[in-house]
Design a protein around this ligand. Structure first.
Ligand SMILES: Nc1nc2c(c(=O)[nH]1)N[C@H]1C(S)=C(S)[C@@H](COP(=O)(O)OP(=O)(O)OC[C@H]3O[C@@H](n4cnc5c(=O)[nH]c(N)nc54)[C@H](O)[C@@H]3O)O[C@H]1N2
Ligand SMILES: Nc1nc2c(c(=O)[nH]1)N[C@H]1C(S)=C(S)[C@@H](COP(=O)(O)OP(=O)(O)OC[C@H]3O[C@@H](n4cnc5c(=O)[nH]c(N)nc54)[C@H](O)[C@@H]3O)O[C@H]1N2
Ligand SMILES: [Mo]
Length: 761
């Protein structure tokens, strides 16, 4: 490494002055409205901010760059967004700029000493910039020279598999489709993505169980459900618009059962910020049953619920007979599981498990299960999700109106990117269609996912790392290890809107290629283009930015990918890259012929609101190996660390979008002005001689050694004894890179064994 001092991969350790109050009893209300406007007005200015807010999530506007929750099919409010969507928009439409002059002033080492919040506030990236070998500063570079540099480095590789092409889930369908095509024509399936760290476990579980890796319900289904189970999810913060859907369901008689290790505000109640009562703080109670599970106790809980129904003799025999396989083996497994084991692992009493199971089995058994990272980021995540599916199959609650499975996605287009082929192991049928369309032979051997990619970089096997969005360093586990891995490459390339820590920990050479954001107008040859995205419920719709770009030198993601591909592949491919990037309809014509479900794509996506992709499991057609939905009999498990250790989960505050930190508050949990904290059970604190707000050191334990984070503040909180929680990305350094979920290879960000002791000095 040629820089004088290596920039630190960690944010600085300074504490900022914590304020601790009471956790909130419900989400949203007028505080959410006030917070939305504060963020927008402070960062984007009045005109740009309000213009942006009026176009967001409208049928002719752009898709909110925050989460993947769907928009209503019918009527939409004038402001169809939430507090955190407003923060995402404010961050994108900020008036601050990161220019070459800014970079001349700030060395990479000096930038690395700033916090993630500071880096985001530095503003929008304005023109391509390069960090040359041995240089301490980024400097301007022309687009053509930048593309040439990437081409040169890629040509130097011994094999195409020495390149890694990462994608974050905000990329549009069009950009993602071109990007995977570029990687595959180049000759590799090394297409890791953020999904590898997110809902990969859901995809793996659902594919094996019901033959499709996506959810099976629509917003209408949710409105009509009788029972909604919400596992391991904090919708008040991460999917605020889900709360309006839950409110509608509750008003129509649904009962909500929340399963979480913490009593999150958004699960308890919701004051709709766009209703008068809500503004005044009148909240609709949401969950009527709150099951505070032990960390990773969900599989035991769901098994218990199934055991209750089997003991009650409740099942949908006809459905099981016609549609499923494996029932007998699973039934035997459930019956053989002792109640003591179930209550011990779940931490929930038999009576509460009975009530939950019988609630789900009442009425017409219109049951929907929603889940997010509290299930997917554990060692046995795939088995846990399959137990949820088993429970639904028992009740015949899949592929029926108002019943089904609902993995709630994170990034606004993470599901679409996968549909477009961003995956290191796409099925044979996709490759065949791609090859036929473009007249080449795509590589068939599987590529590297995120964790495998980090290990390969660390072993010196990767020369070029390229990222379409995201913040790979801060999103990945094991921050120090991942930093060392990135530094072993020759070139790191980031197509990005905002400066982040991944841009400061580079290969020998580092490149930043700045792109347009969702909210901005994308003119190609003078004609405004739109892109498309797919939400969490498989609706594909258009997204068209309206605002003036942050800088005239920005290019769209699609144009940048095409530019890279043209420079790298030139005559080698028959693909007319520049022509495709000149008119996105042409890209969509290719998508239509390669990806199932996109017939008449250009026409249908121009219909207001877009269209639903076909989902065969919804129609009870099962694309599994034997054409039936599978009961999968996994042995019961739960992650239990050694004596004296606690299970740490790393989660989001209310003031962040993944690695982008908008502020230092976590309003619903009563935290002000600090992120370096660990939420602990008061008894666990007492046992360790730790007082309120005392600085503590956290050590994670793994077979390859220990990882330590110093000087976090201990906050007493209502977490089950044996559990604790700290914020992502600050705590990522504790997550061992090889601690992953079985099958899905997802880092176990919600299940890390730690010890906590008072800091000395
Ligand atoms: N504003 C905002 N919106 C976002 C994001 C953001 O950062 N900010 N991120 C987006 C992305 S990419 C994603 S994937 C989603 C993430 O959405 P969430 O999954 O809601 O995100 P987390 O903050 O990781 O919250 C995990 C929840 O699971 C609970 N939990 C932890 N362990 C367990 C367990 O073992 N069992 C159970 N039952 N519960 C457990 C935690 O207490 C917490 O409530 O949100 C998306 N939307
Ligand atoms: N410990 C721990 N680690 C986790 C998680 C956890 O719960 N705990 N969650 C995991 C999850 S669920 C996910 S999804 C990943 C997220 O991983 P990533 O998707 O890699 O991370 P983000 O923070 O969403 O990426 C933010 C960056 O994206 C860029 N960006 C923003 N908008 C755009 C755009 O429109 N185009 C382009 N090209 N770039 C843009 C900006 O430069 C910004 O800094 O992190 C994972 N990591
Ligand atoms: Mo995610």
């Amino acid at each position: 490494m040629s820089h004088d001092t290596e920039p630190s991969p960690q944010p600085p350790e300074a504490l900022t002055g914590i304020e601790v109050g009471q956790p909130a009893g419900h989400a949203a209300g007028v505080a959410a409205v006030a917070s939305s406007f504060r963020h927008i007005l402070m960062r984007s200015g009045v005109v740009r901010g309000v213009e942006g807010m009026l176009a967001m999530n409208q049928k002719d506007g752009f898709d909110c760059p925050s989460c993947a929750w769907p928009d209503p099919d019918g009527h939409r409010a004038a402001f169809e967004f939430c507090e955190n969507g407003a923060k995402a928009l404010a961050s994108e439409t900020t008036l601050a700029r990161v220019t070459p002059e800014f970079m001349a002033e700030w060395s990479v080492t000096a930038l690395a000493e700033q916090s993630d919040l500071w880096l985001d506030k530095a503003g929008r990236l304005c023109e391509p910039m390069v960090l040359r070998p041995g240089s301490a500063h980024y400097e301007a570079i022309s687009w053509e020279e930048a593309f040439g540099l990437v081409a040169e480095e890629l040509r130097l590789l011994a094999t195409p598999d020495e390149a890694l092409f990462y994608t974050s889930g905000r990329a549009s369908n069009e950009a993602a489709f071109l990007y995977q095509l570029f990687a595959r024509v180049f000759g590799t399936n090394n297409l890791p993505d953020c999904s590898n760290m997110c809902h990969e476990s859901s995809g793996a579980a659902l594919n094996a169980s019901i033959g499709v890796g996506k959810g099976t319900v629509t917003l209408e289904d949710l409105h009509g459900a009788e029972t909604i189970l919400i596992f391991g999810q904090n919708p008040g913060t991460n999917h605020p618009r889900m709360l309006s859907a839950l409110q509608t369901a509750v008003r129509q008689g649904a009962e909500i059962i929340a399963v979480n290790t913490l009593r999150e505000a958004g699960l308890s109640g919701f004051a709709h910020p766009q209703e008068l009562g809500g503004m005044l703080g009148v909240s609709t109670p949401l969950a009527t049953q709150f099951l505070q599970v032990k960390p990773n106790g969900d599989m035991a809980l769901v098994r218990g619920m199934a055991k209750v129904l089997l003991e009650d003799g409740v099942s949908d025999e006809d459905f099981i007979w016609r549609h499923t396989e494996g029932f007998a083996a699973w039934e035997a497994e459930v019956k053989a599981t002792a109640w003591e084991e179930i209550t011990e692992l779940s931490g929930i009493a038999v009576e509460a498990i009975r009530l939950a199971a019988r609630t789900a089995a009442r009425g017409a058994r219109k049951v929907i299960s929603c889940w997010a990272m509290g299930l997917t980021q554990h060692r046995n995540a795939v088995a846990t999700i399959q137990e949820v599916v088993n429970f639904h199959l028992l009740l015949g609650a899949v592929g029926r109106t108002a019943a089904g499975l609902c993995p709630v996605r994170g990034h606004s287009n993470v599901q679409g990117d996968r549909t477009m082929g961003i995956f290191e192991q796409m099925p044979e049928s996709f490759h065949d269609a791609l090859d036929a369309e473009f007249g080449f032979k795509s590589p068939r051997h599987h590529g590297l996912d995120t964790v495998a990619g980090i290990l390969a970089m660390h072993a010196g096997k990767i020369g070029v790392f390229c990222a379409l969005g995201g913040n790979f360093l801060q999103a990945s586990p094991d921050t120090e290890f991942t930093a060392a891995a990135l530094r072993r490459t020759r070139l790191t390339v980031h197509i990005a809107t905002k400066l982040n820590r991944s841009h400061l920990v580079t290969g020998k050479t580092g490149l930043i290629l700045p792109c347009l954001g969702r909210s901005e107008e994308d003119l190609r040859n003078g004609v405004p283009q739109f892109v498309t995205v797919e939400n969490s419920m498989s609706v594909v719709h258009s997204s068209q930015g309206r605002l003036r770009p942050a800088s005239p030198l920005l290019r769209s993601e699609t144009a940048i990918v095409a530019g890279l591909a043209a420079a790298v592949l030139g005559e080698r491919s028959g693909v007319r890259w520049e022509e495709l990037a000149g008119e996105y309809d042409r890209i969509r014509e290719h998508i239509e012929r390669v990806v199932p479900g996109f017939t008449n794509f250009n026409e249908r996506v121009r219909q207001p609101g877009g269209f639903y992709l076909p989902n065969e499991a919804r129609r009870r057609v099962w694309r599994t190996t034997n054409g039936r939905a599978q009961f999968v009999a996994n042995p019961l498990s739960a992650f239990r660390p050694a004596a004296g250790q606690l299970v740490l989960q790393t989660f989001r505050s209310h003031d962040q979008f993944n690695t982008t930190v908008y502020g230092l508050n976590d309003r619903y949990r009563g935290i002000g002005n600090e992120r370096r904290i660990v939420f602990m059970n008061p008894d666990d604190m007492k046992e360790r001689g730790i007082g309120k707000l005392q600085p503590v050191d956290l050590t994670s334990h793994w077979h390859d050694g220990e990882r330590v984070l110093r000087r976090f503040l201990a906050v007493p909180y209502e977490v089950p004894s044996g559990h604790c929680a700290a914020y992502y990305p600050e705590a990522n350094a504790l997550v061992p890179v090889t601690s992953v979920a079985e099958i899905s290879n997802t880092p176990t960000s919600k299940g890390v064994a730690v010890t906590i002791v008072p800091s000395v000095g």
